[in-house]
Design a protein around this ligand. Structure first.
Ligand code: KG4
Ligand code: ZN
Length: 340
């Protein structure tokens, strides 16, 4: 029997400070400190984010080790998010990981945040779990990215379609802001949409070439729609909140699925996964589940705690790199832009 691999993993690419402790492909603890400081600004303020990471990182790591019941001396390696993300935020996690590894003489593993979102599917949660088979497609939808990824192996992935402007999460959050909802608005739109009529209002679908997306036009037309209606009736949003949210959410989901259907057809791949913060959306999850009967797909939906940014996904990506002795040295620097 092989010796178990214990990793400490750090995620700090945006506004969540997260630390996880893993043993092989199992996550023993996954602790995340959210930053409420951004709520009133309607979006993440980079300078405030890096300052909050500095305050959070030590207690978050200490709590993850304690909850996992793992002593520092048992750790075999340190994985961290190298990018893509906000540079100031990434610097905090990268510096912490480097110091921890240096002090304990441990190997350092750099992780691509977008690869990690996909690899969250390989976190072992139960004994009867089925994992995606290679090759599979993953729709990775977050606040910063919207990609269709073809996964050939754990660390062999290619982006076959992506957004040319805003991400799907941004479309949720910026539309929510127009409606006066706090940041991040995605989960709130999801919540209101569940009681609304998704066919009540119509919004335009972008016409993009190949497997690419665009959400900036939807954002503008949504803003114009709200402004026009509020001008006619100041209580328009309050009176129609659920229907507005349901109609907007349906539009975003339909746009996402149109290209996903096309990708599945073009590649002939029927193993389909979703990942990233927006994959927590109940409408998106439901629509994917429906495709089992409609398209004969085998679908993979990550548990909620591994959808939004978390260090558990960094740990699983780190584990597969650890098995390949894929380590970096102390001179490694974070990358704001870092393609898969
Ligand atoms: O992956 P993530 O935590 O961070 C990034 O890497 O961006 O994704 C955050 C995004 C935000 O835009 C947030 O509004 C969205 O995921 N989100 C949701 C839901 N939960 C999180 N969007 C729609 N419905 C949800 N339930
Ligand atoms: Zn993310």
């Amino acid at each position: 029997m092989s010796i178990p691999v214990y990793l400490l993993a750090i995620e700090s690419s945006c506004d969540d400070t997260s630390a996880a402790v893993s043993c092989d492909d199992k996550i023993l603890a996954n602790v995340t400190a959210n930053q409420e400081v951004h709520m009133k600004y309607g979006g993440v303020v980079p300078e405030l984010a890096s300052r909050a990471h500095q305050q959070n990182i030590v207690p978050v790591v200490a709590e993850a080790l304690e909850r996992a019941n793992v002593n520092k001396s048992m750790i075999n390696g340190v994985a961290f998010t190298r990018g893509p993300g906000l540079l100031g935020s990434l610097l905090v996690g990268t510096s912490f990981a480097k110091s921890f590894a240096l002090a304990l003489n441990l190997p350092l593993i750099e992780v691509n945040h977008m690869q990690a979102h996909v690899l969250a599917h390989f976190i072992k949660n139960s004994n009867d779990q089925t994992f995606p088979q290679f090759p599979f497609l993953c729709l990775t939808v977050s606040g910063g990215h919207t990609q269709i990824v073809r996964i050939n192996d754990y660390l062999d992935m290619e982006v076959i379609g992506e957004t040319m402007d805003d991400a799907a999460g941004e479309a949720f959050d910026k539309s929510a802001k127009v409606m006066g909802l706090p940041y991040p608005g995605g989960p709130l739109i999801d919540q209101f949409a569940q009681q609304g009529d998704a066919l009540r209002f119509k919004f335009p679908h972008p016409d993009m070439p190949a497997l690419n997306y665009s959400f900036s036009g939807l954002k503008t037309s949504f803003m114009n729609f709200i402004n026009k209606n509020v001008l006619a009736d100041a209580d328009f949003i309050a009176k129609n909140k659920n229907d507005i949210c349901a109609s907007l959410q349906k539009t975003i989901i339909d746009v996402l699925f149109n290209k996903l259907f096309k990708a599945a057809e073009l590649t002939g791949i029927k193993h389909i996964a979703i990942a990233g913060g927006v994959s927590a959306n109940s409408g998106l999850r439901k629509k994917l589940e429906e495709q089992v009967a409609e398209k004969g797909w085998t679908v993979f939906i990550p548990p909620f705690q591994y959808c939004t940014d978390n260090a558990g996904m960094i740990a699983i990506a780190g584990y597969y790199k650890f098995l390949q002795n894929n380590f970096v040295q102390q001179d490694v620097t974070p990358l704001a832009r870092y393609s898969i």
